[in-house]
Design a protein around this ligand. Structure first.
Ligand SMILES: O=C(O)C(=O)C[C@]1(C(=O)O)C=C[C@@H](O)C=C1
Length: 359
């Protein structure tokens, strides 16, 4: 026992020494970031550089920490370094405790000041007005599809996309009621839909009540003894509600994709995506003709979504198409494909090029 204690003491001294060294190195890194900040022109936050740093961490991580654990640590170090260059403000779809907040934290780390907004419209407004530097908005869910309000606002607003975030969405059934005593379940409509089969099987008699957000659902569940809520872990923690059943989403790979909106897009990082919205003439073969330059230049399209052209002042039964393609606008193949597409389209708006989500 005495030997084990001696060994423990020695190992902890080793940890302390390494922590001191780690702190020295992290601060040396921060000083370099400050110098970079003074030399840089234009935006201080550089999503393309951050993506490169995070990819390099995964490639060069010697372990035993997992690549993701190492990336999370460096993510926070970069977040703190960037705050020394420029304190950032970031808007997300509130209130606190939503998946949007988790997405904003995953992408920017904990250093920025976060502003919860009551709607997606408010996030666009806050970025446009310069109240915040960046906004995080949901764009699509792997189970439920497009977030159409975001698509409409991307079309009508001058803001650009400078980053993307993939967040695995795990829904928790939370509250003080039991499965047999709960009379209703609160959640956001999208979350209720994503847990539809589970609810049919395990809570068939409870009324499903859609509310403005998952965090609001959690708040309501604190006030009613026969109510449960479906929300994320953060909301459960925030409202001190126990998790009754974990991960009740019908699809375990349920993921929401968010984009970061700003006054600028991002430079090339080496593994990028470009988003655009366009419309074709209302005649046979028009969409085929419009997209042909992508195939000719070997550019892959990762998303094709159509929406009524209403918010762009289009007529009834006219559509706009949202495209995500692989590559950056500055890549030769993408640049040539986009030029040709622009000549064929009725209308094109480039929404921006940005690094693909790293983790
Ligand atoms: O390389 C830069 O431009 C930096 O400012 C440094 C740094 C970093 O900490 O690595 C910080 C913020 C930027 O968003 C990207 C990278």
């Amino acid at each position: 026992m005495a030997d084990a204690e001696q060994e423990l003491k020695k190992l902890r001294e080793g940890v302390d020494a390494l922590d001191t060294e780690l702190l020295r190195l992290v601060n040396a890194r921060a000083k370099i970031a400050q110098r970079i900040g003074k030399l840089k022109q234009g935006a201080i936050y550089r999503p393309e550089r951050e993506a490169q740093v995070l990819r390099r961490v995964a490639e060069s991580n010697p372990g035993p920490l997992t690549a993701i654990a190492a990336q999370r640590i460096v993510r926070e170090v970069m977040s703190a370094c960037l705050a020394l260059e420029q304190p950032l403000t970031v808007a997300y779809l509130g209130p606190a405790g939503t998946y949007s907040e988790a997405a904003a934290l995953k992408h920017f780390g904990a250093a920025p000041t976060f502003l919860p907004c009551p709607s997606i419209d408010e996030i666009f407004r806050a970025v446009l007005a310069g109240t915040v530097h960046y906004g995080v908005v949901p764009v699509e869910n792997s189970t439920e599809g497009a977030i159409v309000r975001t698509l409409d606002l991307l079309l009508s607003s001058p803001l650009m996309i400078c980053g993307e975030i993939n967040l695995a969405i795990h829904h928790q059934l939370i509250g003080h009621a039991g499965l047999d005593t709960a009379t209703h379940v609160y959640s956001h409509a999208q979350s209720l839909a994503q847990c539809h089969e589970w609810l049919n099987r395990h809570l068939p008699a409870a009324a499903r009540v859609a509310v403005a957000s998952n965090a609001e659902a959690a708040r309501l569940a604190t006030q009613e003894k026969n109510a449960l809520a479906i929300a994320g872990e953060k909301a459960a923690e925030l409202y001190a509600l126990p998790i009754l059943v974990a991960n009740i989403e019908d699809d375990p790979s349920n993921t929401t994709r968010f984009v970061v909106i700003a006054e600028h897009d991002a430079g090339p990082s080496g593994n990028d995506r470009t988003s655009l919205v366009c419309s074709a003439k209302n005649q046979s073969g028009a969409v085929y003709h419009l997209l042909a330059p992508l195939a000719e230049q070997g550019v892959s399209m990762t998303r094709f979504e159509s929406r009524p052209a209403r918010s762009w002042g289009g007529k009834r039964w006219e559509y706009v198409f949202y495209l995500d393609i692989d590559g950056h606008q500055q890549d030769t193949a993408v640049a040539q494909a986009l030029e040709a597409l622009e000549q064929r389209a009725d209308f094109v708006k480039r929404l921006g090029s940005y690094p693909k989500a790293v983790y």
